[in-house]
Design a protein around this ligand. Structure first.
Ligand SMILES: Cc1cc2nc3c(=O)[nH]c(=O)nc-3n(C[C@H](O)[C@H](O)[C@H](O)COP(=O)(O)O)c2cc1C
Length: 329
């Protein structure tokens, strides 16, 4: 997520979940190919595995950016065909490419030729008035023919005229049924659901196996291959630990705030010499104890103390009394 899931945010999220695949913000392919790729792709080894999300519409440029990304150690290359912003539209990429499936297929094919890594696409279910299932399925089939390794679907259409990016994440209705149907009809394609997912039971249900048609089993899952969490994970990173525990490791426990602070102080101290301000890291920590006792005092500490230009990493220890209030399990 642009301006949110930068390297510092990913470092923090990794403390909550050792196994979830994390994604970069969308990085424009041209900036990687013609700009400062080293700076754009810099990350900490502790973040792994991380997928690099690219934006663009030039097959050769995307292939070149994918190659550079693979060299920088990313685990997957993802092409963003879901972004509705004006800036992206004026570059003729993002969600507007849903109207050009053959060009997207060409981009995927060139990226696949360029790297040994999984190449995936993130898209919407439709665009403007083209939000019927047949349009969506046809778009996906072009990508499947080009050899995508997985598809991530933000399950609402993008409205390109009239809605801001924020409204485009809230107003067009979520249509999970399109994604379920796609999975039923194309079981071999790995499909990851995105959009509005914020609680553990429903997330697990999206991924639980479907009942066999003749089994007569009651409520079953939707059989999807995964979920992508955006805002919920950012605002309440504890959810990532809950998922890790539910899906991967029953013994995994949510890291204590003390452990997080210790890791962040160490991480921030390592970066301080390079001029990274503490605030660049702590601005992603507002949700650390979201919904729990002390949450408001913690947010105030972050904005009033940790955000000072001269704040040292050790400043964070001063917040421990707030963070050590009795925590919900
Ligand atoms: C601030 C912000 C920036 C975003 N930037 C990106 C982006 O760079 N690439 C992308 O694929 N989606 C981006 N998104 C969309 C989210 O990835 C996600 O698709 C959307 O928020 C719906 O999922 P959610 O309900 O889990 O948040 C962004 C969302 C937000 C809130």
């Amino acid at each position: 997520m642009m301006d949110w899931t930068d390297r510092h945010c990913r470092f923090l999220h990794r403390l909550f979940t050792p196994h979830a695949l994390l994604y970069t913000e969308m990085i424009v392919a041209a900036a990687i190919v013609r700009g400062d790729a080293r700076r754009l792709l810099a990350h900490d080894p502790a973040e792994h595995p991380v997928a690099l999300q690219l934006g663009g519409c030039d097959p050769m440029e995307l292939a070149q950016a994918a190659r550079i990304g693979a060299g920088a150690g990313y685990a997957e290359i993802n092409l963003n065909i879901g972004c509705p912003s004006d800036r992206v539209q004026s570059g003729s990429f993002g969600a507007c490419l849903m109207l050009r499936p053959q060009l997207v297929a060409e981009c995927v094919a060139r990226m696949r030729d360029a790297v040994q890594l999984p190449v995936t696409v993130k898209c919407r279910i439709g665009i403007d008035e083209r939000d019927d299932y047949a349009f969506f399925a046809q778009f996906v089939d072009a990508l499947v023919a080009a050899g995508i390794d997985a598809l991530i679907v933000h399950a609402r259409a993008a409205i390109l005229g009239g809605l801001s990016p924020k409204e485009n994440r809230e107003i067009p209705p979520l249509k999970y049924d399109y994604v379920y149907r796609l999975k039923r009809e194309r079981p071999a394609l790995a499909i990851v659901l995105n959009g509005g997912l914020d609680d553990l039971p429903s997330i697990l249900a999206h991924c639980a196996p479907r009942a066999a048609p003749a089994s007569g089993a009651g409520a079953a899952g939707a059989g999807l291959d995964g979920v992508m969490l955006g805002r919920a994970a950012y605002h309440r990173p504890r959810l990532l630990a809950e998922l890790e525990r539910a899906v991967i490791d029953p013994s995994w426990r949510t890291p204590d705030p003390e452990e997080i602070i210790e890791s962040v102080v160490c991480y921030a101290s390592g970066l301080a010499a390079g001029g990274v301000r503490l605030h660049s890291i702590t601005r992603h920590m507002h949700g650390l104890i979201a919904g729990q006792e002390g949450a408001r005092a913690w947010r105030r500490f972050l904005s009033e103390v940790a955000a000072r230009p001269d704040a040292m990493p050790e400043t964070l220890y001063a917040a421990l009394p707030i963070l050590q209030l009795k925590r919900a399990a």
